[in-house]
Design a protein around this ligand. Structure first.
Ligand code: ADP
Ligand code: MG
Length: 342
C-alpha cells in the first residue's frame, strides 16, 4: 500500500543509523558500516550486512565506518550509505518525503552539502539538517523552546557531545572524541597488558555491557568469562574478569567524559545553571546505558542526572519532532535549509 509522503528523520550516527518515519516510529536501526570493493570503489553492502563483514573481509573488500569519530571522514561513502537508508525507508512510498538529518555539530559546509545532496538524490523532496544535541534533547522530551536552560550529554560511539540549550538553540557545547568505541579499545588494551590476552572488538563490547561500570560498587554483575587468544601460546583461552578490572580499564575515558561535562557546566551562565540544577542533566546515546555513569555524574556535579527513556533512539525521534516544529527551529537558526526542489 502506498502512503503519502511521510516525513523521515535520520540519525546519522558514528555507530548506527536510525530512521524514524512519522506515525510508524523507528523503521531502521543498522550499524553505520559500508563494505567496499577496494579495486573498483563499488559499495558491496551497507548496514547490518556490512557489519557482519567487519574483521572478516578478504583482500579486495574493505568494511569501513565512514562516520567514525563524529566527522564525516569519507563523505562519498557517507553519501552512498545515506542514499541506501533513505531508499530502504521509502521503499513503499509514492510521494517524496521531507527529510531531517541529525548531523554532528562539527561538520563542515562541504560535508553538509554532501548530506543534503545525498538526501535529495535519494528522493527527498526537501532536506533539513539539525545539530545532534538539539535533536537529542527534543527526542528526550525536553522543552528546548522554553527560555530555560537544559543540558544534554549524548554519548555515542565516536564522540560525547555535551550541550546547554535554551530558546531552541545551543548556548554552550563541547564535543570530545571519547565515546563507546574508546571504552571498547581501552578494554582490549587492558586485556592485552594485564592478561596477555588478545580479544576482539565484539568481545570488548560484550564485556563493557555485561560488567562495565562507571560506579562498580553498585554493579550487580561482578564478573564474566572472557574468550580470547593467549598472546604467549597463541591458543584460545577463557578467563574470568571482574567489574573492578573493567572499571580500572575504562577509568581514563570515563574521567574525560565527566571532566568535559563539568567544564560545560562551569561555562554556563548562572541563570541557565540554576535551571539545570532544578531539571538535571539528561543522558542520551548508547553510551548513556553504561552502568553507573549517571551515578558518577551525579556525584561529581551534585546535580540530578537522568538517563533518557530510549537513549539510543533520542536523536532519531528528535529529528522527526523537529520536522513538525520547523518554525521553532527556524527562528533560532539552528538548522539549515536545502535548495531541494519540491
Ligand atoms: P552513535 O550516535 O555514535 O551512532 P549510539 O548512540 O548508537 O552512537 O551509541 C553507540 C554506543 O553505545 C556504542 O559504542 C555502544 O557500545 C554503546 N552502548 C550500547 N549499549 C550499551 C550498554 N548497555 N552499555 C554501555 N554502552 C553501550
Ligand atoms: Mg548519536
Amino acid at each position: 500500500m502506498f502512503s503519502f509522503g511521510e516525513d523521515i528523520g535520520i540519525d546519522l550516527g558514528t555507530a548506527s543509523i536510525l530512521v524514524y518515519v512519522k506515525n510508524k516510529g523507528i523503521v531502521l536501526n543498522e550499524p553505520s558500516v559500508v563494505a567496499l570493493d577496494t579495486n573498483t570503489g563499488r559499495v558491496i553492502s551497507v548496514g547490518s550486512e556490512a557489519w557482519a563483514m567487519l574483521g572478516r573481509t578478504p583482500g579486495n573488500i574493505r568494511a569501513i565506518r565512514p562516520m567514525k569519530e563524529g566527522v564525516i571522514a569519507d563523505y562519498e561513502v557517507t553519501e552512498k550509505m545515506l542514499r541506501y537508508f533513505i531508499n530502504k525507508a521509502m521503499s513503499r512510498q509514492f510521494f517524496k518525503p521531507r527529510v531531517m538529518v541529525g548531523i554532528p555539530s562539527g561538520v563542515t559546509s562541504v560535508e553538509e552539502r554532501a548530506v543534503r545532496q545525498a538526501a535529495i538524490a535519494a528522493g527527498a523532496k526537501q532536506c533539513f539538517l539539525i545539530e545532534e544535541p538539539l535533536a537529542a534533547a527534543l527526542g528526550a522530551g525536553l522543552d528546548i523552546a522554553a527560555p530555560a536552560g537544559s543540558m544534554v550529554v549524548d554519548i555515542g560511539g565516536g564522540t560525547t557531545d555535551i550541550a546547554v540549550l535554551s530558546l531552541g538553540g545551543i548556548v554552550i557545547s563541547k564535543s570530545v572524541r571519547v565515546g563507546g568505541d574508546k571504552l571498547d579499545e581501552s578494554l582490549v588494551r587492558y586485556m592485552r597488558r594485564y592478561h596477555n590476552m588478545m580479544i576482539g572488538e565484539r568481545t570488548a563490547e560484550e564485556m563493557k555491557q555485561e560488567i562495565g561500570s562507571a560506579w562498580p560498587e553498585e554493579r550487580e554483575n561482578k564478573e564474566v568469562e572472557i574468550r580470547g587468544r593467549d598472546l604467549v601460546s597463541g591458543l584460545p583461552k577463557n578467563i574470568i574478569v571482574t567489574c573492578d578490572e573493567a572499571h580500572e580499564a575504562m577509568k581514563e575515558q570515563i574521567d574525560t567524559i565527566v571532566a568535559a561535562s563539568k567544564e560545560v557546566l562551569e561555562r554556563t551562565p548562572p541563570e541557565l545553571a540554576a535551571d539545570i540544577m532544578d531539571k538535571g542533566i539528561v543522558l542520551t546515546g548508547g553510551g548513556a546505558l553504561l552502568h553507573g555513569l549517571d551515578i558518577r555524574l551525579m556525584n561529581e556535579t551534585q546535580l540530578p542526572v537522568h538517563v533518557a527513556e530510549n537513549p539510543v533512539q533520542c536523536v532519531a525521534m528528535g529529528t522527526a519532532k523537529a520536522l513538525v516544529n520547523l518554525d521553532l527551529l527556524e527562528s533560532a537558526r539552528s538548522f539549515k535549509r536545502s535548495q531541494g526542489r519540491g
